[in-house]
Write a protein that binds this ligand. Sequence first.
Ligand code: PLP
Length: 362
Amino acid sequence: QDNQTASAAKILPTPTKEQPLLLNFNENSLGMSPKAQQAVVNALPQAFRYPDAAREQLIEKIAESHKLQAKNISLGNGSSESIQAVVQMAIYQAQKAGQKVQVIVPDPTFNYAELYAKALGVAVIKVPLNDKLAFDIEAMKKIADEFPGLSIVYLCNPNNPTATITPADQIDPWIKAASERTLFLLDEAYAEFVTDPRFHSGIELILKQHKNVVVTRTFSKIYALAGLRIGYAVAHEEIIAQVEDFISLDNTNAAGAVAALASLDDKTFLTISKTSVETARKIVTNALDELGLEYLPSQANFIFHKVPGEVKTYQDRMKEYHVFVGREFPPAKGWNRLTLGTPEEMTTFVSVLKEFRSKGWV
Ligand code: PLP
């Protein structure tokens, strides 16, 4: 055990039915910054008013943090709403112009773009990950190039459920060379956790005035505000103006807006949040190494690892121990997505995993 792991190895109460260990939804179980909590409390007496002022301030602050302007930002009720608005906008624009439209997604990936497109009857082309469980960019590009209409290409970076990044040198040349018939929706919900220098945010391309890219970001992950629902889309001002037609008006709740504002100011919390995930990840990868269980190089607050035997059986057994370990994402069979909770939570998880090994279950 290295020092970091040893110091984090505090004993948590054994998970129970009433207090299970939730490692299944990629939440940030550190909880939000104390300053964000205080901001919510302070804002409550004024919460009978519409959130316009806090909303505007938040848009300004987000824009500033990316060296962009307010007109480059569209707030969402979580980035889920931003994804919905971008997909609906692009489909509407294509259909209005009499163009065919399709959505291209890697498989497996986070499925909201797919769900919102399917609800409108639009074809979703799923491109399997390659044998390294990375995006098959060439195959996706070919499908877009051969399509006589608009392709909305959804790229989640880092990807969910694999937690791996796609390097900029694989994405950027495609975006730069693509025709107007390809719109890239880059979902960067986990970008703040990334340390691999090969990752570059798509926001760099927006700063260079590219109009065929929309990036979505969220406060749900690094800032632990999942329950307060704040996310946003970033794009060229002409694209954002069109996206704005598809969001619900006044979509930002006042509590979320002030919590997000306070979070952006709390650099200490940002560091704690990143470090906590790194420590938690090390605890898990040390155990996976020790047990000889394969895993992908995680750049997010979850990790994709192999489980011998049926993943469902493993999950059911973990559930009996009141540990919820996420799920399998077909077609990636034999792999489980595990959320990285706090270091203490992951120490508890590891002790259960090791007990499974002693029973011959993993
Ligand atoms: N994008 C990805 C890749 C996610 O994993 C999630 C949530 O798990 C979201 C978007 C949606 O997050 P939210 O709507 O809370 O911003």
